[in-house]
Design a protein around this ligand. Structure first.
Ligand code: 3PG
Length: 215
């Protein structure tokens, strides 16, 4: 059964993928996302500040669904949970991280790129999967081809998605939501350009809503 959290990510439609260098920026960043109409965030374990940033954003903004991204080890998954993360995203399919999340009631969207990866996820009862790296792995063409045999599997394409191609991905029936870092560029966070982040978040939300109205 789909967790409420993963279902909510599908309703939101777009997940900002964030690398935070200074955890103190997490609260303002969260406010910018909320102001832009985007109540979720995937804070990646690419920086040492990840767990602290998850903690600060979750505490200040209970309305934001804060998750942990780039989770490569069970230790990071445990840190993410302890910090208050509501979901875990991994770039590839790691059975140890998946098993840890399943055993610890942590919703997870593991990364997949090939049919073999998808089979492994299905064997664990998971059918909402990150498709990574989306554009480099053939993008929409590959997703359409994979969607043939894997009826019922939904994907969160991430990697190379921006304002230019977001709508095309969202129109695919097998797409649950899209992920991307384009709304929260590192430089904008570092320079405190939160208004810029709010504006791009607003544009992304507008694209999601426009595609929804078409359906
Ligand atoms: C990820 O961690 O999911 C990706 O690196 C995000 O890809 P993007 O930076 O191309 O959006």
């Amino acid at each position: 059964m789909m967790s409420d959290t993963i279902q909510k990510l599908g309703e939101i439609g777009i997940i900002p993928v964030i690398a935070i260098e200074d955890a103190a920026t997490a609260v303002s960043l969260g406010q910018a996302l909320l102001d832009g109409g985007l109540p979720c965030a995937e804070i990646t374990f690419r920086t040492a500040a990840a767990a602290d940033a998850i903690r600060q954003m979750s505490a200040a903004h209970p309305d934001i669904l804060v998750g942990a991204g780039t989770v490569l080890t069970t230790a990071q998954a445990a840190q993410a949970k302890e910090a208050g993360a509501k979901f875990v995203v991994t770039p590839g399919f790691d059975v140890r991280v998946v098993d840890w999340c399943l055993a610890n009631d942590m919703p997870i969207t593991p990364g997949v790129m090939t049919p073999t990866d998808i089979n492994q996820a299905l064997a664990k009862g998971l059918d909402i999967l990150k498709f990574f790296p989306a554009e480099a792995a053939g993008g929409i063409k590959t997703l359409k081809a994979i969607g043939g045999p894997y009826v019922g599997v939904k994907f969160i394409p991430t990697g190379g998605i921006g304002e230019n191609n977001l709508a095309d991905y969202l129109r695919l029936p097998m797409v649950h939501a899209c992920g991307g870092s384009f709304m929260v560029k590192k430089q904008w966070i570092a320079e405190g350009q939160f208004d810029q982040i709010r504006r791009v978040a607003e544009t992304a939300v507008h694209i999601v809503n426009t595609v929804r109205r078409e359906k």
